[in-house]
Ligand binder design. Structure first.
Ligand code: HEM
Length: 164
């Protein structure tokens, strides 16, 4: 629809390639990786609630690994996402891609703080870690929502692209 848009700038954007460059057989690697930070960040919130409820230090240890994995996989997903953003003209030119990248950076900053807090100040997990987990989960939902918009609203990374 945007290809026949009366505004020439919109037509110009619609004409640019939005196929994934960092992909296995056309399947975007970023989309394969993002499930891990999303799952670990939200699991950390659940683990913190278990710790709050039970007081069992087992959950403190589990939370340390879960928050670390959320941050680590988030970094990995962000590196691949950034390569995609820089490599593909139709992704780079869309404001929605940069909105998603900014939301993802907020998520990484919060989940990095959360992981660091558990490593260096585990005694402050209640309440500070729990609050960071709530914030990280909200940031994950926001970043994930914007990532989904890139795929489902803009058609980024779909196998049916202007290249085919
Ligand atoms: C600076 C960092 C990031 C950039 C530049 C970026 C960029 C992108 C791009 C270009 C897409 C479209 C699909 C593709 O071509 O691969 C996308 C999709 C997506 N991104 Fe990111 N991303 C970043 C970090 C993250 C992080 C940390 C998360 C974790 C919450 C995330 C969650 C998603 C989701 C859920 C999708 C939709 C995937 C699908 O529905 O299949 N992104 N991102």
């Amino acid at each position: 629809m945007s290809a026949g848009h009366p505004n020439p700038y919109i037509r110009d954007i619609a004409a640019k390639d939005i196929g994934s460059a960092i992909a296995v057989a056309g399947h975007p690697i970023h989309a394969m990786l993002v499930h891990f930070p999303i799952a670990f960040v939200i699991a950390t919130l659940g683990i913190d609630v278990f710790y709050w409820w039970s007081g069992d230090p087992f959950w403190l240890e589990v939370g340390k690994w879960s928050a670390g994995a959320g941050f680590g996989f988030g970094l990995l997903a962000a590196v691949v996402g950034t390569l995609e953003l820089l490599a593909v003209p139709g992704i780079r030119v869309r404001v929605a891609s940069w909105n998603h990248a900014v939301a993802a950076m907020v998520l990484l900053a919060v989940s990095g703080c959360n992981a660091g807090l558990r490593l260096y100040w585990p005694e402050t997990v209640l309440p500070n870690g729990l609050m960071l987990s709530v914030l990280a989960s909200l940031a994950t939902a926001f970043a994930g929502w914007h990532g989904g918009k890139l795929v489902f609203d803009h058609g980024v990374g779909l196998l049916i692209s202007p290249r085919q």
